[in-house]
Design a protein around this ligand. Structure first.
Ligand code: AMP
Length: 213
């Protein structure tokens, strides 16, 4: 069990997806799961949409319920990469309890550190695949064919919460509610910190080293 911790745009999802493509474990991204719930029109999706569009966090009880539900279906796989969860101290404590019940301890929390000016440029240029969740960037990581996902061919979208109006709110939410988790895990000797800037494949190698893969 691993956690990928970092601000929106720090590359958590991209790096976790690469690990999955390379055969290492499964990714549990609460952001992706919530977007699926919205596009399926479920009750959870209806409740979550307003918060997400405005760059706010979806209430803890909904997100914790979602994780509990998904984790049950993973069977005995202990190589779960939590991406975008936990994002609050209450979520972190709920996850501790859940992992204890499952006898699946956390191996490490990979903290991807990026300056906020860089995050703003990454988020505003990000284009996402609604099919497989892959992320591209109009300048830094353009898809091979403009507007189409390299992996599944679907049309890329500019997420509403990657629009300039929502980015500031998301970064503030991160500072206020998620940054305290850095100390929480550091105090338990579980934090592995990486400067997640520069060449993505070098960052990937750094992550694998932190994970001792
Ligand atoms: P992400 O794709 O991880 O950037 O998540 C997109 C949005 O989904 C966030 O801005 C939140 O509104 C919501 N979200 C994702 N994960 C969580 C979480 N662990 N707790 C609360 N809200 C979340």
């Amino acid at each position: 069990m691993w956690i990928f911790l970092g601000a929106p745009g720090s590359g958590k999802g991209t790096q976790a997806q690469q690990l999955v493509r390379d055969g290492f474990g499964v990714q549990l991204s609460t952001g992706d799961l919530l977007r699926v719930a919205i596009s399926d029109g479920t009750e959870l999706g209806l409740k979550a949409k307003g918060f997400m569009d405005q760059g706010q966090l979806v209430p803890d009880d909904l997100v914790i319920g979602l994780i509990k539900d998904k984790i049950k279906h993973l069977g005995s796989n202990k190589n779960v990469l939590f991406d975008g969860f936990p994002r609050t101290l209450d979520q972190a404590k709920a996850l501790d309890k859940l992992l204890e019940e499952m006898s699946s301890p956390l191996k490490k929390v990979i903290y991807l550190k990026v300056e906020s000016s860089e995050l703003i440029s990454r988020l505003s240029g990000r284009r996402t695949c609604p099919g497989c969740g892959a992320a591209f960037h109009v300048e830094n990581i353009p898809p091979r064919q403009e507007g189409l996902c390299d992996h599944c061919g679907k049309s890329l979208v500019h997420r509403k919460d990657d629009m300039p109006e929502a980015i500031g709110a998301r970064l503030k939410t991160y500072e206020d509610q998620t940054v305290p988790l850095i100390n929480y895990y550091e105090g338990r000797g579980l934090l592995g910190e990486l400067a997640a800037v520069g060449n993505p494949s070098e960052i990937y190698e750094g992550i694998k080293k932190e994970m001792a893969l």
